[in-house]
Design a protein around this ligand. Structure first.
Ligand code: XMP
Ligand code: MG
Length: 182
């Protein structure tokens, strides 16, 4: 630690959505979800790793009993483009049959990941299956008729980082959402 070069300055991506904008929108999403589910118990699924920050902020605003599940997913291929081939890297712990399941997603870009996840989770026969996505890029969508029940922000087709989202595993801890492209 002490021998790190103090001259090194890390790049700070310009703010795209500020901490307070995110906080306000997460509150609005939570109040819609609270209204629509009432006191029905839900299973909230956090898709790792990108959704972890959104998941934990949203979770603390939900009023119904919530069971938390974590699902590790990664797209094959890399980095700034999804191939649509999704690999489950960490599976669920509990069966979902008869449960009201809410998928909590950081971002829907082409929609290929979410579309794969919906099929994967539907096969587990939940009582209901809904999705909340903090960010949605309508211009990037490649899947017809994809169902996103709650959307935080519709954003342009730019690569964003922070608030859980990474570029090459960096920037997940930024408290705001920044952009890497102008
Ligand atoms: P698809 O294209 O399948 O993408 O809807 C879903 C996954 O791709 C990653 N992704 C991003 N990650 N900034 C990121 O840090 C972005 O702008 C971005 N767009 C897509 C993310 O893992 C998402 O779950
Ligand atoms: Mg994701």
């Amino acid at each position: 630690m002490s021998d790190q070069n103090p001259e090194v300055k890390y790049f700070e991506p310009p703010v795209f959505l500020s901490e307070s904008e995110i906080k306000e929108r997460v509150r609005e999403l939570a109040s819609r979800i609270n209204e629509e589910y009432g006191n029905n118990e839900i299973t909230a699924i956090c898709t790792l790793k990108g959704s972890v920050v959104f998941f934990s902020d949203l979770l603390r605003l939900l009023k119904m009993p919530v069971t938390c599940e974590f699902l590790g997913v990664s797209s094959y291929g890399d980095h700034t483009e999804s191939t649509g081939e999704v690999k489950v890297t960490l599976d669920l712990n509990e069966p979902l049959n008869g449960r009201h399941v809410l998928i909590i997603e950081d971002i829907v870009d082409t929609g290929l990941t979410l579309s794969y996840l919906l099929d994967y989770l539907k096969a587990k026969r939940p009582a209901s299956l809904r999705t909340v996505a903090l960010l949605f890029k309508p211009a990037a969508i490649k899947t017809k008729g994809l169902k996103i029940d709650y959307i935080g922000f519709e954003i342009p087709n730019r690569f964003v980082v922070g608030y859980g989202l990474d570029y090459a595993e960096k920037f997940r801890g930024l408290p705001y959402i920044g952009t890497l492209e102008g």
